[in-house]
Design a protein around this ligand. Structure first.
Ligand SMILES: Cc1ncc(C[n+]2csc(CCOP(=O)(O)OP(=O)(O)O)c2C)c(N)n1
Ligand SMILES: [Mg+2]
Length: 327
């Protein structure tokens, strides 16, 4: 392990835990029906958004998908506005009109997310093209799942990005399932990073549950992109510890989670936050009490976000179509 400052290590820990606790706070309101939009939790995958976004500047851009709370928070998105969005409030990050799958905070470089699988990859590409033309020195990151490798637009974007030397980092979060479809039922291989090779894109396979490994590869990738020596492709291998949509596909009565108990147990042992916590404790980088303080500060922030949300109004019915595009 390189020599990281204590502040940096604690910041990585804080970011991952903040994502985890914020999302876990949504579980009860999802189950009791207070939250009405579909919610795809990022639980277990926090090291990817955290490691990649730690390598970015505030001016860089991030584009997400249907499972993007982690990308939003790691890029500096406002936590209060995220919670308010889940409850459909006017103070939400998409003014209560978008819900969990349309989280956005342009001021902090989270340019948007959308549930169409692979739907934002070409948007990230466009942002990277604009950055190059305008000589802005900004890097665009496109986060997508293994399921997006079944969409043609990804391959068009890889080709175009390489052909034009665009400053874009493709980050594939390979959690081995697309909804309830195991990867080997829809792909000839469960190894993804090689799809960058035919386009001469530097491509890497990374342990997506190891935040330092993600950060180290992302940092070099971002430097390469910034020099217009990119693009770069990262496959981050991970696993979701919750259901595809909602906290647990079984609890919700649908019994659609076909993953075995044993597989879940094995991946549970590779929890990115628990393992990183142990690593920094073992290396005497921190103490239990410091880590507990971080946790209670986050819990307080989340509590305040709920007060803010419950005190916020719903959008006025007269504004139902206000932001709907009309020709
Ligand atoms: C174009 C398109 N096809 C199908 C769907 C339905 N759908 C929603 S999420 C999903 C699976 C996505 O899997 P993956 O990209 O691996 O992301 P994960 O949910 O595993 O994070 C599918 C097929 C969709 N939203 N868009
Ligand atoms: Mg997947």
């Amino acid at each position: 392990m390189e020599n990281y400052s204590k502040d940096f290590l604690l910041e990585l820990y804080r970011t991952m835990l903040r994502i985890r606790l914020c999302e876990e706070s949504l579980v009860e309101p999802i189950l009791n029906g207070e939250i009405k939009c579909p919610v795809h939790l990022y639980t277990g995958e926090e090291a990817i958004a955290t490691g990649v976004c730690a390598a970015l500047s505030e001016y860089d851009y991030v584009f997400g998908n249907h499972r993007s709370h982690g990308h939003y928070l790691a890029k500096g998105g406002d936590l209060k506005a995220l919670v308010a969005e889940m409850f459909g409030k006017e103070t939400g990050c998409a003014r209560g009109r978008g819900g969990s799958m349309h989280v956005i905070d342009p001021e902090n470089g989270m340019i948007g997310s959308a549930p169409i699988v692979a739907g934002t990859i070409s948007l990230a590409l466009g942002a990277a093209l604009a950055s190059k033309i305008r000589k802005k020195n900004q890097v665009s990151v496109s986060f997508f799942g293994d399921g997006a490798t079944g969409e043609g637009v990804l391959y068009e974007c890889l080709n175009f990005a390489s052909l034009n030397g665009l400053p874009i980092l493709f980050v594939c979060e390979n959690n081995f399932y697309a909804t309830h479809m195991p990867i080997l039922e829809c792909r000839i291989s469960d190894v993804i990073f090689e799809i960058g090779n035919p386009c001469n894109i530097s491509s890497f396979k990374v342990d997506g549950n190891n935040v330092l490994e993600v950060y180290e590869v992302a940092k070099k990738a971002v430097e390469k992109c910034r020099k217009l020596d990119g693009p770069v492709f990262m496959e981050c291998v991970t696993y979701r510890l919750r259901g595809h949509v909602g906290p647990d596909d079984n609890i919700q009565g649908t019994h659609t989670d076909i993953r075995s108990e044993e597989e879940l147990r094995e991946w549970g042992k590779r929890d990115p936050i628990i393992n990183f916590r142990q690593l920094i404790l073992n290396q005497d980088q921190t103490t239990e009490s410091e880590l507990n303080q971080i946790k209670s500060d986050i819990e307080k922030e989340i509590e305040e976000a709920y007060t803010f949300t419950h005190e916020s109004p719903y959008p006025h019915p007269s504004e139902l179509t206000k932001y709907v595009y009309k020709q």
